[in-house]
Design a protein around this ligand. Structure first.
Ligand code: ATP
Ligand code: LTN
Length: 337
């Protein structure tokens, strides 16, 4: 008898807390779109997560829709991927509460993102910011994914999710699949162009450090010409993240955009110095992002289409998520309706 082939599952999300950056594209989204045929894929706009930091409501709404347009423009075909808004699927908050009760205070206290964000938002260290990884674990576990494609900074949260799922399974049997983080070899941590020792981040106050997906080519070119390189005297293009963080970051970006190896890049710019290298990286980025900008601009003119995508997405996502939620509710002992 022929066996039914079930595809492996991939899932990830990004907070609509700012405009998407080259970092989130190379670290995460690029990997999402490459695997749509092989996997059953779920990608969402993590709006519930984004209110852990104060947001302007109108901006949040606009960015959530823009983010959906950019997901599609990056190559996520809504026919092959389930694209949805996190707050449209109530199972996330429902399972989030249950997992709050299976996540330890000590575990949450160790999360680097919590420490970083509470330092940056000292006047608003709210409970949501603290328990955020338990909600993220719920986002993931509802869909029983095999892989969670994220950048390096999210690895700690995926590991916590695995620990919470294992703890739950140890009590109640095999309820959750234990997922693996899926992190790219090049581009897992793109650094700021102006401060190459800190991560490029969409909520960064310095706009020169960050390249946004929908930015105009002239602006991108200018940012790369101004990118901080290193104050060493050799002025050569060599990959050495400890000694030459600025140049090494630009090399990672160039490699991720062109597919060239570090050796090939060193050879290409041998004897040419930073003056030739920086504009070349800018050009490679402009060409990588051009189709994303053009296609997302086009999609944003068709609001009805985008609405249809997120409504259908929420329906498909809810169906799967509610199956897991029902099982969890039953296991923990909630009386059936
Ligand atoms: P925020 O500033 O709001 O914290 P962010 O710019 O750091 O946001 P996220 O929304 O946290 O980005 O991340 C979206 C996805 O992109 C995550 O999977 C994250 O790991 C990845 N990512 C974000 N920034 C980078 C980066 N600089 N390099 C590689 N991957 C990144
Ligand atoms: N925490 C992530 C966004 C996020 C996520 C998820 C990623 C929320 N839920 C589930 C993967 C899977 C961030 O801040 N980048």
């Amino acid at each position: 008898m022929e066996e039914k082939q079930t595809k492996k599952v991939m899932l990830s999300g990004i907070q609509p807390s700012g405009d998407l950056t080259l970092g989130s594209y190379l670290g995460a989204i690029k990997n999402w779109s490459a695997r749509a045929d092989e996997f059953d894929c779920y990608y969402f706009m993590a709006d519930l997560h984004s209110i852990t930091v104060r947001q302007n409501p109108a901006d949040l709404r606009r960015r959530t829709l823009e983010q959906l347009a950019q997901y599609i423009a990056c190559g996520l075909d809504p026919e092959k991927n389930t694209l949805f808004v996190q707050s449209h699927v109530p199972a996330h908050t429902q399972l989030g509460w249950v997992l709050d009760c299976y996540t330890m205070f000590g575990e949450l206290s160790r999360m680097t993102q919590f420490k970083d964000k509470s330092a940056k938002n000292a006047d608003n260290i709210n409970a949501g910011l603290f328990t955020y990884p338990a909600l993220m674990a719920a986002d993931i576990l509802l869909y029983q994914p095999d892989y969670v494609p994220v950048g390096d900074d999210q690895k700690q949260h995926v590991e916590l999710c695995r620990d919470v799922a294992t703890r739950f399974n140890n009590v109640y049997g095999d309820v959750f699949k234990i997922p693996e983080p899926y992190i790219p070899k090049v581009g897992a941590r793109i650094m700021s162009l102006s401060t190459p020792t800190s991560k490029m981040s969409k909520s960064d106050k310095d706009p020169n450090g960050c390249v946004y997906l929908r930015e105009q080519p002239e602006v991108i070119a200018r940012k790369f010409k101004k990118a901080v390189t290193d104050s060493d005297t050799e002025h050569c293009v060599r990959f050495d993240p400890a000694e030459k963080p600025g140049v090494s970051n630009l090399m990672s970006i160039y490699s991720a955009c062109t597919g060239k190896s570090m050796d090939a890049i060193e050879a290409e710019f041998d004897g040419k110095g930073y003056g030739a290298f920086k504009p070349a990286v800018g050009e490679a980025v402009i060409e990588t992002l051009r189709p994303v900008r053009e296609e997302s601009d086009r999609l944003l003119k068709d609001k009805a289409y985008l609405e249809q995508v997120y409504r259908e997405g929420a329906e498909k996502a809810s169906y799967i998520a509610n199956k897991t939620l029902r099982k969890v509710y039953k296991k923990v002992g909630f009386l059936a309706k």
